[in-house]
Design a protein around this ligand. Structure first.
Ligand SMILES: Nc1ncnc2c1ncn2[C@@H]1O[C@H](COP(=O)(O)OP(=O)(O)O)[C@@H](O)[C@H]1O
Ligand SMILES: Cc1ncsc1CCOP(=O)(O)O
Ligand SMILES: [Mg+2]
Length: 267
């Protein structure tokens, strides 16, 4: 717990104050980012008031984890070299009790990605896993037609799928999509806000994962951080559609909406 962090009050986290707390305390949110959306993630974190830092150097992994309030491992563009960094960061985060989020981008697409995710999940504890249905199905060992970085298609109940993944890895799962499912295997919440621009925009999921980390860094419990992260991203995304002509203008409005979002918007 850091000075100014929020804590449980009568069993309920003061969700509405978390955004204000992030804006006031600027939690340092360390992302081992992919090479595609690193800048977008940094901008989105900065827009909500968090203090982003990205690095892929194992030499500074322990120091950066020590300085950070929360950490995200994004596996969008893995390499054998990056695996050293992922291991060093995960180990330091567990040792220093820092919240740790996994974004298993396209984890079912190749044997290489499957192996990296398996190794990380076997050897380290994650506070939250955030992925789309195809990614969560792959981690849960459920048959699914993944589609690259996108969710693809499959049968079955998404709540059951998310709960299975949460139970398998003893963690909280945020399964994102048209309806987001947030579960720790017992408590389950939903968020049904959004816009298809979020699916079209490359990096929406990466942004969500790192925003959830920022909220964890501000002291939110995992289910609350997962739900509020989804609520923030989808509310800003939906509000950004006003006056949008295409993906370019939506992206610009989305950053503005993330910056200006209010408790009333989130309600
Ligand atoms: N079809 C959709 N309609 C509304 N919101 C969506 C849709 N698809 C994704 N989202 C939202 O976009 C955000 C990122 O989720 P998602 O697109 O599933 O991640 P990823 O980019 O990793 O596939 C989530 O907040 C989710 O609610
Ligand atoms: C296109 C692409 N290729 C490797 S990572 C990446 C970005 C994935 O972003 P997201 O999963 O948030 O849509
Ligand atoms: Mg993704």
């Amino acid at each position: 717990m850091y000075p100014g962090h929020f804590f449980y009050l009568g069993g309920t986290l003061m969700e509405n104050h978390l955004i204000a707390a992030v804006r006031q305390h600027h939690p340092i949110t360390f992302t081992v980012a992919n090479t595609v959306t690193s800048g977008k993630v940094a901008d989105a974190l900065s827009a909500i008031g968090a203090s982003p830092i990205m690095s892929a150097a194992p030499e500074e992994a322990a120091d950066l984890v020590a300085a950070a309030h929360a950490v995200t491992l994004n596996l969008g563009t893995p390499t054998a070299e990056l695996c050293k960094e992922l291991t060093a960061v995960a180990r330091a985060a567990n040792r220093l009790h820092k919240p740790l989020v996994l974004d298993p981008v396209a984890c079912g697409a190749t044997a290489f990605r499957q192996q990296i995710n398996h190794d990380l999940l076997t050897n380290h504890r994650f506070t939250v896993i955030r992925g789309n249905a195809g990614e969560i199905a792959s981690l849960a060992g459920v048959d699914w037609n993944g589609h690259g970085i996108d969710a693809g298609s499959g049968d079955g109940d998404l709540v059951t799928l998310a709960q299975r993944c949460a139970n398998r890895y003893q963690t909280t799962v945020v399964l994102s999509g048209p309806v987001d499912v947030i579960t720790n295997g017992q408590a389950t919440r939903h968020n049904d806000r959004g816009t298809e621009w979020l699916a079209t925009n490359v990096g929406s999921g990466d942004i969500l994962s790192s925003i959830i980390a920022a909220l964890l860094g501000q002291g939110a419990d995992p289910v609350t951080a997962g739900w509020l992260g989804c609520r923030l991203v989808t509310t800003a995304g939906k509000n950004a559609t006003k006056g949008t002509h295409g993906l370019g203008s939506w992206q610009e409005h989305f950053l503005d909406e993330l910056t200006m979002i209010t408790d009333e918007d989130l309600a």
